[in-house]
Write a protein that binds this ligand. Sequence first.
Ligand SMILES: *Cc1c(COP(=O)(O)O)cnc(C)c1O
Length: 386
Amino acid sequence: MSTASDLRRIRPTWADIDVGAFRRNVEAVSSRLPAGSRLIAVLKADAYGHGAAELARHCSPDHVAMIATSLLEEAQQLRRTGITLPLLVLGPLGEAQVREAVESGIVIGVPGPEELEIVARMARERDVEVHLKLDSGMGRMGSTEADLPRLIELVRSASRLRVGAIYTHFANAGDPHDPFTGEQSARFDGMVQSLREAGVGAPLHHRANSGATMRGLVKAGELVRVGLALFGAEAVDSAVTRLEPVMRWRTEIARLKELPSGHAVGYGMAFRTTRPSRIATLPVGYADGYDRQLSNKAEVLIRGRRVRVVGRVSMDLVTVDVTDLPDAAAGDEVVLLGSQQHGTITPEELAVKIGTISYEVFCSVSARVPRVYRDGEGAVIRSRFT
Ligand SMILES: *Cc1c(COP(=O)(O)O)cnc(C)c1O
């Protein structure tokens, strides 16, 4: 960690992370929840590339009941940085990791009877807290209807096992017209009922991800597991549910070049000028997570205007056509993702161009790109080089 004055010493390519926007998004999601419901902030994969350690500190216990990660390592890192909120690891975890999680007081999401068997064995000797995951139709993680008898038997055999919550995950909640989420919900309720009748209950339940939460499909008193919405991406397709964008990925024009009509640009001569052109070179490339499939496709913002990426995206360089922007100069700020003046490049815009989803656009911004955490006047840099 270093402070903003060090920005002058590094390549001018970095991702600004608006900590205030994240805090306001947490509050905004929280304010949409029914009475008694609270958030599990999903900060897996380094908070979808935004920085889990930095953002976890801004998860107020007034709104956030727990923080969830996928990996045990991610949860342990949050503990090491002093996060005291309860931590849930969604897993899956192997036996050694289950043991480690229990020893560090990290709650384990149990995705099936095999994993529960490991946990139950440990819970004969010591206290273990788990959240039991049920598969209500996604076909991936979670115990199925057919697994329930085994689940019940295992929970009964482990006197010191505490089932803190029972949960499920939706396959299609981001589609505003989807009927499957309702079916999954009903199936989950049925499975929870069967467990309860067999004496396996839990004080808490959770099912909704960002999509379901933003669609209002939250049961009073239940927790929700929200990731994407907290970063200001669209959690529901083609609906206006976007909160404040948190990440703004920027660089600067490194150099400018005048080319005659008919001149090739970059590897594979994938672009050829059709007029006398001004081509700006940007110090960013696919090694930074600017996808090579954006070659000849993406647009960036300079002086608030959109200009096109021309030619192939290289490992460390991108070329853009600024012929129509005669004032463009070396050192001008270039926005790859986020807003500049009245223009905005959304993660969805980039995602559509490369056939993926906003989640992957965020996660792709590589560790080579420093994250600059801005909160009011202050700025703190996290870079792998300092
Ligand atoms: C990633 C994840 C979430 C969060 O999903 P978003 O769509 O980002 O809100 C919730 N639950 C589980 C099990 C997940 O893996």
